[in-house]
Design a protein around this ligand. Structure first.
Ligand SMILES: Nc1ncnc2c1ncn2[C@@H]1O[C@H](COP(=O)(O)OP(=O)(O)OP(=O)(O)O)[C@@H](O)[C@H]1O
Length: 228
């Protein structure tokens, strides 16, 4: 699903964020990206949905080289990748329903599809009863569920999450992780950057560890850190 070959990212100021990263993520996998602050996790995620371009190296998504996409092909890539951030990024003036519907409107989905699909994803994240609420009326965990529903509404192949539990308490974080696991079990490939050591350890998924921009560990059924 995702392949990287010799990917290096140097930001304009000269900061080397990623060094010669090669990896493959197969369809249906659940992969954690771990590492200390500044290790390059967010940069790796930005490269996946082409918010940034690599300085060197190639990135393929479903067999297509996304470092060479024409501008008009970028929306197509972004429709196939759903994204969730630590800070939810919901539109405060819109209701829960409208926030999710908006993600379909921007890709010009027909109204009848929107009216069918939005209630379905809301149901899947357990928030059908909050459709008319504004984000400010929801808890952090509920807001993250809305963000997840929005990321899923266009039925992406891959869901990418950058610190999805970073702003949540431990119980709520576990709920969100379980929801991500459920989404993965229904066939969506998951790539999750996370600092949540105990959660990563308990999930027993593939763990890719970055340190100062280098890939230092790639383990099936891994833990957050091998250091004791
Ligand atoms: N837009 C940018 N311009 C210049 N340097 C940047 C930019 N974005 C990130 N960096 C630098 O690149 C390195 C990797 O940053 P990145 O945000 O990918 O790390 P991270 O592992 O996600 O960290 P955190 O866990 O703190 O979010 C850091 O040294 C950071 O300062």
């Amino acid at each position: 699903m995702i392949e990287m070959y010799g990917v290096t990212k140097i930001y304009p100021g000269g900061q080397v964020a990623l060094k010669d990263i090669s990896l493959k993520i197969l369809k249906g996998e659940f992969v954690f990206i771990v590492g200390p602050s500044g290790a390059g996790k967010s940069t790796l995620i930005k490269l996946l949905f082409r918010e940034e371009l690599p300085t060197r190296g190639q990135i393929f998504f479903a067999g297509k080289n996304i470092t060479r996409l024409r501008p008009k092909e970028i929306p197509y890539l972004r429709r196939r990748i759903g994204i969730v951030f630590q800070d939810f990024r919901l539109l405060p003036e819109k209701t829960v329903y409208e926030n999710i519907a908006f993600a379909m409107e921007v890709v010009e989905a027909p109204g009848r599809d929107i009216r069918k699909r939005v209630p379905y994803v809301l149901e899947r994240v357990g928030l059908a009863h909050k459709a008319k609420a504004k984000p400010s009326e929801l808890s952090g965990g509920e807001q993250q569920r809305v963000a997840l529903a929005r990321a899923l509404v266009n039925n992406p192949d891959v869901l990418v999450a950058d610190e999805p539990t970073g702003n949540l308490d431990p119980d709520t974080s576990r709920d969100i992780m379980n929801l991500l696991d459920d989404i993965n079990k229904r066939g969506t490939t998951l790539v999750v950057a996370s600092h949540a050591r105990e959660l990563v350890d308990s999930m027993k998924k593939r763990v890719i560890q970055l340190e100062k921009g280098s890939l230092v560990r790639d383990e099936e059924r891994g833990v957050y850190s091998n250091e004791t």
